[in-house]
Design a protein around this ligand. Structure first.
Ligand SMILES: C[S@@+](CC[C@H](N)C(=O)[O-])C[C@H]1O[C@@H](n2cnc3c(N)ncnc32)[C@H](O)[C@@H]1O
Length: 390
């Protein structure tokens, strides 16, 4: 990956223009259960293998794929591309492909269009940079490993809510004989990716239309605040994983805590954390999956579950070199990223004015520079296996 620049000066941070460009209602998408029965095409996107106009122009360029119920190819990979037919008429795929690009502008930030309002974060350049910062931090956290689950020779890998696709791309490089699929609401993945890496526009909260017993490895990272029903989500994953296949979920808390007495009960970090959690509750998609994943995976039927805890310091306060480094990155990620994390939630979900939200964000940025507070975000990596029937 292209490592972000840790020496980026603080004064390079800029606030985005403030102004209510639109007022999206952050309603949940239509009930997943009402859509499950229809088995409609989940999303849409530009086809990946064609010579027609669209986000891609070659077979191996990571173009977004629509995901549907059509017969699959040898590697289980399907396409509903209308371009393959040679028809000059527009088709559903074509229409949806352009509609997913009609991003929503809101208070100076750009948001996804497909399933408008379903996700709290922007998908603009800054947001993508923040996601890649986090990827770098996860590599530092996991000793430069892309996963902890003991997978062996995986052939089918799914990255759910792939974001910029950076993890999926790295995995495709690491496992060249595997097919790696990354799904997301936003087509923000690069075009030039390893030939065994594909991206699809898909809403993971709907019933999955992948084949059953299909994936050797399912990976989830930072889908906090994205999933209305985690039990249903894990049930879907279970059904579509091969017996013996592994699932891994990597999440962290949004509530800073400290192990010593440097963060008193009235400290701003408490207000921050409680506010994020509260916004998730109103939104109907919680931010607490990091502490619930193990239990929910057990409930779904996974076995051999392992939970590994980690800490992301709020800045470079720790003496331990490794944690200090992670903390420096976290400070940068939060300082630059909190507008994207919280602006839509505070204004559209919480009903705050943009001015009030910006004051809250400014207080957070100031607090992030206080090295006397030994606060960190706890997180977990939880992995488990779908049992093999005896
Ligand atoms: C915080 S980002 C994490 C991205 C990536 N997993 C990573 O760790 O770099 C959450 C991602 O989930 C995607 N997302 C949110 N809700 C989704 C949904 N219902 N279906 C598919 N993707 C979704 C967002 O578009 C965003 O890219």
């Amino acid at each position: 990956m292209a490592a972000p620049n840790p020496s980026k000066p603080d004064d390079a941070f800029s606030l985005h223009s403030i102004g209510q460009d639109s007022a999206v209602q952050l309603n949940d998408p239509p009930s997943q259960h009402s859509e499950h029965s229809t088995h409609t095409t989940h999303g849409a996107a530009a086809p990946s293998h064609n010579d027609a106009p669209g986000p891609s122009s070659g077979p191996h360029q990571g173009a977004m794929q629509a995901h549907n119920d059509e017969p699959e190819g040898p590697d289980g990979y399907v396409s509903d591309s209308g371009f393959d037919s040679g028809s000059l008429l527009g088709d559903e795929t074509d229409t949806l492909a352009s509609s997913i690009m009609h991003y929503r502008m809101e208070n100076g930030r750009q948001y996804h269009a497909y399933r408008d309002g379903a996700y709290w974060g922007p998908n603009d350049e800054l947001a993508k940079e923040i996601l890649d910062f986090a990827h770098h931090m996860y590599l530092l956290t996991l000793d430069h490993k892309l996963h902890l689950a003991p997978i062996r020779n995986p052939q089918t890998i799914l990255d759910v809510g792939t974001g910029t696709g950076i993890w999926a791309i790295d995995m495709a490089d690491q496992y060249p004989s595997a097919t790696v699929i990354g799904t997301d609401l936003s087509p923000i993945q690069p075009e030039w990716v390893p030939p065994n890496c594909h991206f699809e526009i898909d809403d993971v909260t709907l019933e999955w239309t992948f084949p059953e017993d299909h994936f050797d490895f399912v990976h989830i990272r930072e889908l906090f605040g994205c999933i209305p029903d985690w039990d249903f989500f894990f049930q879907q994953a279970y059904e579509h994983m091969k017996p013996g296949g592994w699932i891994e979920i990597v999440e962290h808390s949004v509530q800073p805590i400290a192990d010593d007495d440097t963060m008193g009960p009235d400290h701003f970090f408490h207000l921050w954390g409680e506010t994020v959690v509260q916004m998730g509750q109103i939104f109907g998609k919680s931010f607490t999956i990091w502490s619930e994943a193990k239990e929910r995976m057990e409930r779904a039927g996974f076995v051999d579950i392992v939970e590994v805890e980690y800490k992301w310091p709020m800045n470079g306060w720790p003496e331990d070199k490794r944690l200090k480094n992670i903390g420096r990155w976290n400070q940068l990620r939060l300082h630059e990223g909190i507008e994207g994390f919280m602006l839509r939630l505070l204004t559209q979900v919480g009903g705050w004015s943009v001015a009030r939200a910006q004051v809250f964000l400014a207080e957070m940025r100031k607090t992030l520079k206080d090295y006397k507070i030994h606060a960190y975000l706890p997180g977990t990596v939880v992995y488990g296996r779908k049992p093999i029937p005896s």
